[in-house]
Design a protein around this ligand. Structure first.
Ligand SMILES: [Zn+2]
Length: 140
């Protein structure tokens, strides 16, 4: 991959496992190519989290924070499927450029976080449309 080392997407709980989806990284790579300021300078994608192992997901209380709705199956984090990444943004300009580039690459599920865990990031994932709706932006 031109813009990423796969190791940037490894679980960061300390286990080192990495089941990031290659197609997903390829799409992120094409978005990264378009992530350019108006003055022509490039905005790198700094990945704060990619693949997360089951142990890591447990430690951040994903199930507790995403309880199953009545009659529906418990959702699973896209991070544990290798289909999600969190990209750090330094300011509102970077957020706009990166989000636009991701959208142009066909991705449509985003979480916008501001100053969570000491930094701001865009969560992007490629969930199966039968499991989670496309075309959404949520906030943290
Ligand atoms: Zn882990």
């Amino acid at each position: 991959m031109k813009y990423f080392k796969l190791s940037e997407f490894a679980c960061n709980c300390g286990c080192g496992k990495n089941k990031i989806n290659r197609t997903f990284v390829r799409i992120l790579s094409s978005a990264r190519q378009e992530s350019i300021n108006q003055d022509g300078t490039e905005i790198p994608f700094v990945i704060s989290s990619g693949y997360r192992c089951e142990k890591h997901i447990e430690s951040i209380n994903y199930v507790k924070n995403h309880p199953a709705k009545k009659g529906e199956k418990q959702l699973t984090s896209e991070h544990t499927k290798g289909l999600a990444a969190d990209i750090i943004v330094k300011n509102s300009r970077e957020r706009a450029v990166i989000l636009g580039a991701l959208m142009n690459s066909g991705l449509s599920r985003f979480g916008i976080s501001h100053n969570r865990n000491g930094f701001s990031f865009i969560h992007v994932d490629m969930a199966d449309e039968d499991l989670k709706p496309p075309g959404v932006i949520w906030t943290y």
